[in-house]
Design a protein around this ligand. Structure first.
Ligand SMILES: [Fe+2]
Length: 272
């Protein structure tokens, strides 16, 4: 188990990202061969054991696999041991109406100010292509531009479900953020954007959009193998482990990313 050895820094924001939990509508039903409730519970235990007093907890989409409000309530109960103010954004497998019914949380297009930072959370599920792709709506792009106009004197983190950069994986690049060019134009025009977080990829990634780092946390459920023409589950024992990432956002605008993994996962059939 990885543990934090660096003492908390004054004025820094500690953000925990959990993504692609894919809780099934009913517990005990396998998701791609694993019990996604059990892997989320293991991730939560691992993250809680770090002993970090997280300021914010970001759930970055595909939280439930086409389930109703009860599944989202189950998710919120499973993450109960973790500190941090909750924020969530939808992914292509989420039902925003069910999210809104389950909890009084914003569901996309949310600005969160903390310390010297502003977190801009986006809904990238507009114009679904039926294969998993998504876009930022015109309203979301306008909202983002307006938020960036208003945060020139702050450091900005942007979070969205769909990856806004390709990852050399043909099947995944085909379902990335469809209007990534327009997003990139906006990001490039506002130098206060320090970091972008996404999910969707089911794998740990560190890329760049121009000069801005783009991080994808490992899924709390299954991982996909990188750099593939077709969907393939990760077969490397370490890289296949469910995980999460946490980030330290410093007052000077610097960011450190810390991806973490849980121990070995039993197949769903062995979980009873
Ligand atoms: Fe997903």
């Amino acid at each position: 188990m990885s543990r934090v050895v660096t003492p908390p820094a004054a004025g820094s924001i500690y953000l925990l990202q959990l993504t692609d939990c894919h809780l099934m509508p009913q517990p005990g039903v396998p998701f791609r061969g694993i019990d996604s409730d059990a892997t989320l519970a293991a991730v939560v235990a691992e993250a809680a054991a770090l002993g970090i007093d997280f300021d914010r907890l970001l759930l970055s989409g595909d939280l439930v696999h086409h389930g109703g409000p009860d599944a989202y309530r189950r998710l919120l109960a499973l993450i109960e041991p973790l500190p941090g103010v909750r924020h969530w954004i939808p992914g292509n497998h989420d039902e925003p109406a069910a999210m809104r019914a389950a909890a009084a949380l914003a569901c996309g297009q949310e600005r969160v100010d903390c310390g010297r930072w502003s977190l801009l959370l986006l809904d990238s599920t507009a114009h679904p292509d039926g294969r998993g792709g998504g876009s930022l709506s015109e309203a979301s792009l306008s909202w983002l531009q307006s938020a960036l106009e208003q945060t020139a004197d702050r450091h900005v983190l942007i979070a969205l479900h769909h990856n806004p950069v390709g990852t050399d994986s043909a099947w995944q690049d085909a379902i990335m953020l469809a209007n990534a060019d327009r997003f990139a134009q906006l990001v490039g025009a506002y130098p206060q954007v320090r970091v972008i977080l996404c999910g969707h990829l089911h794998q740990q990634q560190a890329r760049r959009l121009g000069t801005v780092p783009v991080f994808c946390a490992p899924a709390t459920s299954v991982q996909f193998k990188p750099a593939q023409a077709e969907l393939a589950l990760e077969d490397d024992a370490q890289a296949a482990r469910p995980g999460f990432s946490w980030y330290r956002l410093d007052p000077d605008g610097s960011v450190s990313a810390h991806p973490c993994r849980i121990g070995a996962v039993a197949p769903a059939a062995a979980l009873g």
